[in-house]
Design a binder for this molecule. Sequence first.
Ligand code: AMP
Length: 360
Amino acid sequence: MKTVGIIGGGQLGMMLAEEIHNLGAKAVCLDPNPKCSASFVCDDIVVSKYDDIEGLKKLGDMSDVITYEFENVPSKQLKFLLDTYNIPQGIQPLFDSQNRIREKENAKKHGLKTPMFMAINSMDDLLKGINEIGLPCLYKTTTMGYDGHGQVLIKTLNDVEKVKPFLDGEGILEEFIKYDFETSVIMVRSKEKTIVFPMGINKHKKGILDEVFVDKQLAVFEKIKNDAIHFMESAGYFGILCIEIFVKGNDYFFNEMAPRPHNSGHYTIEGCTTNQYRELARFLLNIPLEEPKLKSPTVMKNILGFDYENMKKLENSDIVHIHDYFKSEVREKRKMAHITFTNTTQDEYIEKYKKLFCED
Ligand code: AMP
């Protein structure tokens, strides 16, 4: 029986481990928290920091194949893993996604449209950047930023003051896109083919993904899917890749990518004929991939912090599918669980369910 080693033991690792089991293989995760979400599903856990070579070695020795659900493994450790163990996805997509400038340059090089952007290393760069890109624009730190952390919206020149605390590190200045909505493309690529999941509309609250609505496949989605497949193949990536996109009219702009299962793809578990975790598991276990299809209009609601209590007003049914991540402590913005509503349109969700949850 094959064993898949997963670097990271969060909810993504937990749901991946469930599918690895469904395909008849074992799952081991590495995480500093012995009570992490994936520990309740995995066959074994290596309790270790993500950058600890000894821990990574232990995971590697227990596994036939390694993957990651956590993005910030440092390059030195990644290189060691690649040289020593079987990582079918490689480390290139992870490396490319770890720096926002590298990430956007790479996206552009392989045919994706990006917002205008410039590297920022000083106040001089920032003022030049603002002059070139125009206002409003957005400053972001190039590394370790997620869910809106390390970002400053520059509406007027007075706002440059807010960037000052970040200027000792590297940053990126981006054109501010007044988009209609956000979406994401999730793809899995094997040597034989590339599959793409149906796309939806992603709604964020305070910079964190809140809801995903998957219903009609819009014309602009086809264009994005084609460009995304071209990008993945041209960049030479394998395994899973999620690309986050801003849509404006018939146009789109690449925002960022993640070479791991993605929060916006949770809906695929019940909403599609096959899901992002199963297809990644198939790729890792060398099983042919299956093209996914949407089964019904589907809505995914992320349960953060205090909505965890509100979630208990609902029960599992043919329509309501509750995924609890079994986290030991509720914290305000912590991802605690998610709910997928199948056979439910956006309007039906708003009418029946939205009021059960916190407004802001
Ligand atoms: P990120 O950390 O890059 O995913 O950004 C977090 C959120 O900030 C995104 O979900 C968007 O809502 C917003 N955002 C990021 N970049 C831009 C941009 N260039 N233009 C407009 N909004 C943006």
